[in-house]
Design a protein around this ligand. Sequence first.
Ligand SMILES: [Zn+2]
Length: 52
Amino acid sequence: MAKYVCDACGYVYDPAVGDPDNGIAPGTSFAALPEDWTCPECGASKDMFSPQ
Ligand SMILES: [Zn+2]
């Protein structure tokens, strides 16, 4: 699964890791994230992310 990078702060979403602090289990693809998920570093919305 593809990693996605936050255009605002450079945070990388790695599907293998997920975002456990925000209830996202490891193995969750970027496309499967809730539409209201935001960057855990800066709060940017999903549409601010680009494939790495
Ligand atoms: Zn960010």
